[in-house]
Each structure stands twice: as structure tokens, then as C-alpha cells.
Ligand binder design. Structure first.
Ligand SMILES: [Zn+2]
Length: 250
């Protein structure tokens, strides 16, 4: 082997060692991390998702959490809230149904041409199944999606759309859980944090992941916390993960 060949080989090794699993949707990659914890923190069937790139507190909180857990965590690799698909922007938490994706594309790209719209929708249809394969939990498992909000969005907007709500900390309306499974909600409603139950969300299909999970009977919890409240959001995530069972039996 020549010196040049050796150097080429050495240069290659660290790249391979760090090559993370990624799934692409449009121009955006989603990084997949598989937790390796065993024992008390090994939770079969857990999935975690960070989907809005501008929600930076949630990203840090989730990365810290999954390093000590098992399960699969998926992180959007963007710093913006939107992602780009065939030159058009879309809210990634509005792309999980055709009607929701179309509404988001029209809203965020006001002068969109019909041909461009069709092309982007076709790409989403081709590329989303691979993302859903890593994001959706196995039967009986739980998906936790972790978000940040700021002024203007809080639990008060969700209460009228919900079957039930639990408001033990009314002075923290931005920090709350949104669950789609009644069994999970019963546990959350005994806990110290705000929560709502939405089994049958009203109104048109907005293409959100909570809507898709409600439709398919998949256990889903959205964890919302105000941007910047890393310690509080981490506390909520640890509590949630420990309180809810990994799987429900049949
Ligand atoms: Zn979000």
C-alpha cells in the first residue's frame, strides 16, 4: 500500500464511524438516533421526534434525554421551522396528509403554480413512508413529539378542541402535554403538569402528526414548553417517560 493509499484509508475511517442514519424529505435530512440504555431505562417501543428546527430548546432537551434512554429519536436537521420540498416551503408538522400538505404549501408559498404544487405533493408521497417507518412506534408503543412555543400559543387554544383537560399549573399555560390515547391521559391527569386529551380532533385534517396518530389509533403525546425553559421541559420529559408504560397489552 502506498503512503497516499494509507492516508486515504485513515481519512475514511472516522467518517464511517460517525455516519449517522438519516432519512431525507425534500432537501431536509432527519437524523435517527437509537438509544442503547438497558435495565430500568430500556423502553421498548418508544419513539421521540424533534420536527421544528427553530425550536432549539426542545432539540437540546431531547438530545440530553435520549442519550440516557433506549428507543429511537428522530431530529430534523434544520434551523428553520419550515423545510424545502422542490423549491417550496412547508411546515413539516403539516405534511402528514395530502390535504394538510396542500393547505400548508398554498399558505406558505402564496404565488404557487399548480404544476409545482403537484410535483411537491408527489415527492412527499414518495418520501414520507421512509420517515414514518422510523417515527411511528410498533403496535402499542408511544410516540413523544417535543415542541417549543412562545407568546400566542398555549393550552387555552387547545382546551376547546379537547375531550378533557387537566390544569394543575394555570400560571404555566405554555407548558403542557397533548395526548391522543385515553389511557395515557388518565395517567397524565393524575400528574403535576397541564394536559389535554384529543382523541377525535375537530375540523379539517391539518396534516399534523397528532392527527395522523389519532386516526390510526397510535399512542401519541405532544410535549409543549415555552422556548428557553430547558430545565422545566426536561423535567416534564423525564416525568412523562417514567409515568407512561412502554406498551399496553391487548
Ligand atoms: Zn413545534
Amino acid at each position: 500500500m502506498t503512503r497516499r493509499q494509507v492516508l486515504a484509508l485513515v481519512a475514511l475511517v472516522p467518517l464511517q464511524a460517525h455516519s449517522a442514519e438519516r432519512v431525507r424529505v425534500g432537501k431536509t435530512h432527519f437524523r435517527v438516533e437509537r438509544g442503547t440504555a438497558t435495565g430500568a431505562h430500556a423502553q421498548v417501543g418508544r419513539r421521540y421526534l424533534h420536527i421544528h428546527g427553530n425550536e432549539t430548546t426542545a432539540r437540546v432537551v431531547l438530545a440530553k434525554h435520549v442519550a440516557r434512554r433506549s428507543g429511537v429519536a428522530v431530529f430534523v436537521e434544520e434551523s428553520t421551522r419550515t423545510i424545502s420540498v422542490d423549491g417550496l416551503i412547508i411546515d413539516p408538522n403539516r405534511m402528514f396528509s395530502r390535504v394538510g400538505a396542500e393547505a400548508s404549501l398554498r399558505r406558505l408559498n402564496p404565488r404557487i403554480r399548480e404544476a409545482a404544487l403537484s410535483r411537491a405533493l408527489a415527492r412527499l408521497e414518495r418520501e414520507l413512508p421512509a420517515l414514518l417507518r422510523v417515527v411511528l412506534p410498533p403496535a402499542g408503543g408511544l410516540l413523544i413529539s417535543i415542541h417549543n412555543n412562545s407568546q400566542g400559543y398555549n393550552i387555552q387554544q387547545e382546551i376547546p378542541l379537547s375531550e378533557q383537560h387537566h390544569l394543575p399549573v394555570p400560571d404555566e399555560p405554555n407548558n403542557f402535554f397533548l395526548a391522543t390515547d385515553e389511557r395515557d391521559y388518565v395517567t397524565l391527569a393524575r400528574g403535576p403538569f397541564n394536559a389535554v386529551l384529543q382523541m377525535n380532533p375537530a375540523g379539517p385534517d391539518d396534516g399534523s402528526l397528532s392527527r395522523l396518530c389519532a386516526l390510526r389509533g397510535i399512542r401519541y403525546v405532544n410535549l409543549e414548553a415555552i422556548l428557553g425553559a430547558a430545565e422545566r421541559q426536561h423535567e416534564m420529559l423525564v416525568w412523562l417517560d417514567d409515568a407512561l408504560p412502554a406498551l399496553y397489552g391487548k
